[in-house]
Write a protein that binds this ligand. Structure first.
Ligand SMILES: *Cc1c(COP(=O)(O)O)cnc(C)c1O
Length: 386
């Protein structure tokens, strides 16, 4: 009965007050009545919480729900998506290991591998994620395969079942960033992927009010996270943010459906607009991993035609606000020319085919007709194609 996500997300663990909204357990530590009770906990004979850098009941409730959504044995919440990504990677690799990674991965994941992991003796190779054969050919000798489907900016998908099968056969651990699809639209563990990471700052929280992350996987992989990285990196989630995530998750299925309904209408019209030369979204450009998607989300990239002034277009938009991130209530735009200038050091996408004629759009909760008017007015103001 609780198998459908919308049902499961409404019902929480019972609490002593029968409060319909679970309390925020805002505490750093939990006390014991006797030394014996304390000893039993330390020996692992009980599982009650000790200290909130380990377990906190509010955060645990979020972790349980996310694990259920992903079909995972367990999950661990972090204070950011990067906290989750770094902890997941560090639970797998050691000095001398090789990582294979899709080349259009989230830019800070790329910089984490390039700037920090190389210093620790872990090398990385970047490949076109839509070239399944090339990815599989690169696996012998690798310890970790890091995926993101669809990828940041270019929205390329990966053939998860085929890649996961090949990786398993060679003992290569697989991690995927599932922030775009969310477990509502894609459950990578059911395709044989080992671990899922999320920026919970995006759709999972859904209201642009927190920064958070989460890792989910089977008990063996989660035991490695809990043993090797989670306690020592210290990037734990606060109880208040765990509570906001529980609140946000309740409406995740409805938000995803609403945002896709608007996005689909906009994509269909944008594809035919003379000022648009390319629309990058898995619905417009099916790839090797589209079969894994049960639905689509509301983040995509537009390439505008020669003759359209990119700055004027972005500056003229009223409802699409200029800002990084995505997944909340508000529509957003970010031009590639800003992303290029944004960070020092290596920048994965920009080096592989993201042009200054591109903008990334996020469609929020606003009415689709209002958003269409906003887009066409800004395109009209930005010049003529050609
Ligand atoms: C935003 C983002 C991240 C990083 O998450 P933070 O919560 O900002 O640390 C990771 N992956 C993807 C795909 C993202 O968009």
């Amino acid at each position: 009965m609780n198998d459908f996500p919308e049902t499961m997300l409404v019902h929480d663990q019972p609490n002593p007050w029968q409060a319909v909204v679970p309390p925020i357990v805002q505490t750093s530590l939990f006390t014991f009545k006797t030394v014996e009770e304390m000893e039993a906990r330390v020996r692992g004979e009980t599982t009650r919480p000790v200290y909130s850098r380990g377990d906190n009941p509010t955060v645990r409730e979020f972790e349980r729900k996310l694990a259920t959504l992903e079909g995972a044995d367990d999950a661990r919440a972090f204070s950011s998506g990067m906290g989750a990504i770094s902890a997941a990677i560090l639970s797998v690799v050691k000095a001398g290991d090789k990582v294979v990674c899709v080349r259009h991965v989230y830019p800070d994941t790329y910089r984490f591998l390039e700037k920090l992991m190389t210093r620790l003796g872990v090398s990385a190779q970047y490949l076109d994620g839509s070239d399944t054969d090339a990815l599989i050919d690169s696996l012998p000798g690798a310890k970790l395969l890091y995926l993101e489907s669809p990828t940041s900016w270019t929205m390329e998908t990966q053939d998860l079942p085929r890649i996961a099968k090949a990786a398993r056969a060679l003992g290569v651990v697989t991690i995927i960033d599932n922030s775009w699809a969310t477990p509502i639209h894609q459950q990578p563990l059911t395709h044989g992927i080992d671990m899922v990471v999320h920026s919970a700052s995006k759709y999972l929280s859904g209201h642009s009010d927190i920064v958070a992350g989460v890792v989910a996987g089977n008990s063996e992989r989660m035991a490695a996270v809990n043993d090797l990285s989670y306690p020592y990196l210290g990037a734990k989630l606060s109880p208040m943010e765990g509570w906001l995530l529980l609140r946000g998750l309740r409406t995740l299925p409805m938000r995803m459906a609403w945002q896709w309904s608007s996005t689909r209408q906009l994509l269909a019209r944008l594809q035919k607009h003379s000022a648009v030369s390319q629309v990058l979204h898995p619905w417009c450009q099916p790839g090797p991993g589209t079969a894994c998607l049960k639905g689509y989300s509301s983040l995509f990239t537009l390439e505008l035609a020669e003759g359209i002034n990119m700055r004027t277009f972005c500056n003229q938009l009223q409802l699409f606000q200029l800002g990084v991130s995505w997944g909340g209530h508000e529509s957003l735009v970010v031009p590639a020319l800003v992303s290029r200038a944004q960070a020092s050091g290596p920048n994965s996408q920009i080096d592989f085919g993201v042009t200054d004629r591109m903008v990334r759009l996020h469609v929020g909760f606003e009415n689709a007709e209002d958003l269409w008017c906003d887009l066409t007015a800004a395109l009209d103001a930005a010049g003529r194609p050609g």
